[in-house]
Design a protein around this ligand. Structure first.
Ligand code: AMP
Length: 173
C-alpha cells in the first residue's frame, strides 16, 4: 500500500535543522522511481487538479512534487520562491516557520492570466508557509481550490488554521 511504503521510506532526523525539530526527509522517495511515480499518479488524479488553472509550488521541495504533477496533468506551474530569486514585478510576503522566518515571492505576470490555483508543497507543519501563499493569492482576488502535500504533521494543527481543503498523503499525529 502506498501509505505504508511512504511511511517506511521517509526518514526522520531528530534535532534538524535545530533542536526539538523532527525533520521528515522526503529524499528517499525520490530515490525510489516506482514509489515516486505511483505517488505522483495518485495525487494527480484528485479532481481539483481538473478544475485548477495552474499549480503554485513552494520553494524548494514543493518544486519537485509540483513540477511532476504539472507535467502529469499538463497544467502551468508557478514557482513561489524565497526572496531575491525572482526577477521582474513580484508580490512578496513574510511568514513564520516551524523553525524561523522567511519571505516568499511570486511573479505577478505568472499568476495574472489565471483565476484558480492548487498549492503544492512537501509538508504541512504549522501552516505558516501555505498561509503566506494563500494570502498573496487572495490579495490578488484569486481562488484557491486546495493545498496538496505529501506529509501533514497533524499535531501542529496547520490544516485547521487554513480556510482551504488540505489533502495529505500521510499524517503524523
Ligand atoms: P509550516 O510553515 O510550519 O507549515 O512549515 C512547512 C514548510 O517547512 C514546508 O515547506 C516544509 O518543507 C518545511 N518543514 C517544516 N517542518 C518540517 C519538518 N518537521 N520536516 C521537514 N520539513 C519541514
Amino acid at each position: 500500500m502506498l501509505t505504508e511504503r511512504l511511511k517506511n521510506t521517509i526518514k526522520d532526523y531528530p534535532d534538524f535543522p535545530k533542536k526539538d525539530i523532527l525533520f521528515k526527509d522526503i529524499s528517499p522517495i525520490l530515490s525510489d522511481p516506482e514509489l515516486f511515480s505511483n505517488l505522483i499518479d495518485k495525487i494527480a488524479s484528485y479532481s481539483f487538479f481538473n478544475e485548477t488553472d495552474a499549480i503554485v509550488a513552494i520553494d524548494a521541495r514543493g518544486f519537485i512534487f509540483g513540477s511532476a504533477i504539472a507535467k502529469t496533468i499538463k497544467k502551468p506551474l508557478i514557482l513561489a520562491r524565497k526572496k531575491n530569486k525572482l526577477p521582474g514585478l513580484v508580490i512578496e510576503k513574510s511568514y513564520g516557520l516551524e523553525y524561523g522566518n522567511d519571505k516568499l515571492c511570486i511573479q505577478e505576470s505568472a499568476i495574472s492570466p489565471y483565476q484558480k490555483f492548487v498549492i503544492v508543497d512537501d509538508l504541512l507543519a504549522t501552516g505558516g508557509t501555505a498561509n503566506c501563499i494563500i494570502e498573496m493569492l487572495k490579495m490578488k482576488r484569486k481562488e484557491i481550490l486546495a493545498l496538496s502535500v505529501i506529509i501533514e504533521l497533524t499535531f501542529l494543527g496547520g490544516s485547521e488554521k487554513l480556510d482551504i481543503p488540505v489533502f495529505s498523503e500521510i499524517q503524523y499525529s
